[in-house]
Design a protein around this ligand. Structure first.
Ligand code: PXL
Length: 277
C-alpha cells in the first residue's frame, strides 16, 4: 500500500484541509499520515474561530519518523499558517524527498482575487519559494497571480492562462496546474503545464452555479490519491475535477446542504467507481 503524508491545519468544523484530505485519500486505498500544523475550531470563513499554532510540534514529529525510517510515496501540503512553518516544511521536503516520491504543493492562500484574512503579499512570495521545491503545484488563479505578480483576471483567454502557467513553471516545479479555469460560459476546469515535456493539458466540466468552500482541498486531495493509484498527472486531474464537480452537484441537491463545505462524503462511492474499485 502506498503511504503519503499531508501537512496542513485541522479545522475541526468546516470540511477543509485535513478533515477532507484524510478521509478522501484513505478511502482511495492509500495510507494517509498527517502533520497538523494548527488546530482551529472552524475554517477562517467563520467568525470568531479559535486557533492554536502547532509549529513547534512539526520537527519533533519528523525527527521521530526519521528514527523509525518512515518514508512516503507523496508529500502533500495545503494551508500553512506562517513564514516559519514554510521554512520548516521546506526543510522537511529536503529530508524526505527520494528519487521516486512526489511533492505536491497546494499554495492555499485565497480565492476570487483576494487573499484569505491571514495572508499578505509577503506571504505569497514566501509560498512561491515552497512551490519552487515541489514537483507539482496546484494554485488557483488568485494564488498564481499573487505568486507570479501577473494580474488577476476573471476575463482571460487561453493565451493568458498559458502565459501564467509558464510564469508559474519558472518558480521551479516540473508540473504547474491552474484550477478553476473556464474558457466558455458555463464551464470550469484545470489547465496544466509539464515543463520538461513542454506540454499543456486542459480538462473541463460543467460549471455549477454555486461555489463552496473547501473544493480546492477536495480537488488536491483527490489528485494526490489518484496518482497514488497509478494514474499519471493528466488522468489524476480528470478524476479530481470530475469528483469535485460531483461533490458540488450532490451538495446543491441536498436541501440541508451547508454553506461551509461540500458533501464529499456522499460522493465517495462515485469516486471509487472512477478508480475501478
Ligand atoms: O480550504 C482552505 C482552507 C484551509 N484551512 C483553513 C482555511 C481555509 C480557507 O479559508 O481557513 C484554516
Amino acid at each position: 500500500m502506498k503511504r503519503i503524508v499531508t501537512i496542513q491545519d485541522i479545522s475541526c468544523v468546516g470540511k477543509c484541509s485535513l478533515t477532507v484530505a484524510l478521509p478522501i485519500i484513505s478511502a482511495m486505498g492509500v495510507e494517509t499520515a498527517i502533520i497538523p500544523t494548527a488546530v482551529l475550531s472552524t475554517h477562517t470563513m467563520f467568525k470568531n474561530f479559535t486557533f492554536k499554532d502547532l509549529t513547534e510540534e512539526i520537527q519533533p514529529i519528523t525527527r521521530h519518523w526519521k528514527e523509525e525510517n518512515i518514508d512516503f510515496d507523496a508529500i502533500y501540503t495545503g494551508y500553512l499558517g506562517s513564514f516559519e512553518q514554510i521554512d520548516i516544511v521546506a526543510a522537511m521536503f529536503d529530508e524526505f524527498k527520494t528519487d521516486s516520491n512526489v511533492i505536491v504543493v497546494d499554495p492555499v492562500m485565497g480565492d476570487n482575487g483576494k487573499l484569505y484574512p491571514a495572508f499578505d503579499e509577503a506571504f505569497a512570495a514566501k509560498m512561491a519559494t515552497l512551490c519552487g521545491k515541489a514537483d507539482i503545484i496546484v494554485p488557483n488563479m488568485t494564488e498564481a497571480s499573487f505568486m507570479t505578480g501577473m494580474e488577476y483576471k476573471e476575463d482571460y483567454d487561453e493565451e493568458y492562462v498559458k502565459k501564467m502557467l509558464l510564469q508559474l513553471s519558472k518558480l521551479g516545479a516540473k508540473i504547474s496546474v491552474l484550477t478553476g479555469i473556464g474558457f466558455k460560459e458555463g464551464t470550469t476546469g484545470v489547465m496544466g503545464y509539464d515543463k520538461e515535456a513542454d506540454e499543456f493539458f486542459y480538462y473541463s466540466n460543467e460549471k455549477l452555479p454555486k461555489n463552496f468552500h473547501g473544493t480546492g482541498d477536495v480537488f488536491a486531495s483527490t489528485f494526490v490519491g489518484a496518482m497514488m493509484n497509478g494514474m499519471d498527472w493528466k488522468e489524476g486531474l480528470k478524476v479530481a475535477a470530475d469528483y469535485t464537480a460531483e461533490c458540488i452537484r450532490i451538495t446543491m441537491n441536498d436541501k440541508d446542504g451547508c454553506w461551509y463545505g461540500v458533501n464529499f462524503e456522499q460522493g465517495i462511492p462515485y469516486l471509487l467507481k472512477k478508480l475501478g474499485k
